[in-house]
Design a protein. Structure first.
Length: 288
């Protein structure tokens, strides 16, 4: 099994071994001994401004291939990193790398970087993050930190103060996976955020279900009223994209527009101009 399955130098395990191999304890052990510089990489997925036909930002997404347990998805290793306290080391290493990667990007293209609520929980950790930003020489206005709703909700008051401190640096702040937590609408205006990212679960069946589209419309409206940017995640089909555009959605992200790609591949695609895979945005303008 493992013999026929080569993905780069990664080792692929037979599915029956996977559950056991990927238990939290095993992931944690591999993470403790991981070389963050060589085993971790970043891929970038554009957030596309469909009104202006350009890339507004690239979101950095972490990838990990361990020499002992193979490729582990961020959905699995981020949780383990948070629980074990290793997340800060991962965050620091990846943030440094993403900011270094940005050096060759056009100045109008921003970086969207996922932070864990754990990363901003202590003032010492926030200071580290801010210091990394300062040392990079990248203008803070070109950086957006994404935090998930669920993570922030664990302690709203502290979370708010932590965000306020980060924001003072001049970075943008996005509430990620919006709509998957609870009581969102009752607190969202109290957070010092600049952007909402509507979770992809709302997009999945907008073509069949008008209620989902109405929810997205309502959130877009809310964002307009509160002065937030609004991004819809998980756009996979041309039909979804056209429907979202007619609902007033300006910023989109998803496999239709571009899958996450390594740094050299996004550079080859030409910076802020739309990548090849997003051609449908331009080609499928509704006929007038
Ligand atoms: P996220 O920040 O909400 O990122 C979006 C996830 O959806 C990514 O999964 C992306 O590859 C995937 N995606 C993008 N477009 C589509 C689409 O059209 N259809 C579908 N089905 N999926 C799409 P990924 O890379 O596996 O990351 C999962 C989550 O792990 C992220 O969700 C984020 O919360 C977390 N994560 C990833 N990298 C980091 C990191 O460096 N630090 C932290 N703290 N969390 C990270
Ligand atoms: Mg994100
Ligand atoms: Mg998201
Ligand atoms: Mg998500």
């Amino acid at each position: 099994h493992a013999k026929d399955c080569h993905r780069g130098t990664a080792i692929c395990f037979a599915p029956e071994h996977e559950a056991q191999l990927r238990s939290h304890a095993v992931i944690e052990q591999a993470l403790r001994s991981a070389d963050l510089e060589t085993e971790f990489s970043l891929v970038y997925q554009p957030i596309v401004d469909v009104a202006e036909d350009r890339v507004d930002a690239y979101e950095a997404l972490a990838r990990w291939t361990s020499p002992t347990i193979g490729t582990v998805s961020p959905g699995d290793f981020i949780v383990v990193a948070e629980r074990s306290g290793l997340i800060l080391d991962v965050t620091r290493a990846l943030l440094r790398r993403a900011l270094a990667d940005m050096a060759t990007w056009p100045a109008e293209v921003r970086l969207s970087f996922n932070l864990s609520a754990h990363d901003i929980a202590s003032s010492a950790c926030r200071a580290d993050i801010m210091e990394i930003v300062r040392q990079s020489g990248i203008a803070p206005g070109r950086i957006i930190f994404e935090l998930t709703e669920t993570g922030l909700m664990r302690d709203l008051v502290d979370g708010r103060d932590a965000l306020t401190e980060l924001k003072a640096l001049g970075v943008g702040l996005a509430l990620d996976d919006f709509g998957t937590g609870y009581s969102s609408l009752s607190y969202v205006h109290k957070l010092p955020i600049t952007k909402l990212k509507i979770d992809r679960s709302f997009v999945t069946n907008i073509c069949e279900d008008t209620a989902s589209l109405n929810v997205i419309r309502a959130i877009i409206d809310l964002c307009r009223n509160l002065g937030f940017d609004c991004v819809v995640e998980g756009v996979e089909t041309v039909e979804q994209m056209l429907l979202l555009r007619s609902a007033g959605c300006r910023f989109m992200q998803g496999y239709l527009l571009q899958k996450p790609l390594p740094r050299d591949e996004i550079e080859a695609l030409g910076g802020s101009r739309l990548p090849v895979a997003s051609k449908p945005v331009r080609q499928l303008q509704p006929a007038i």
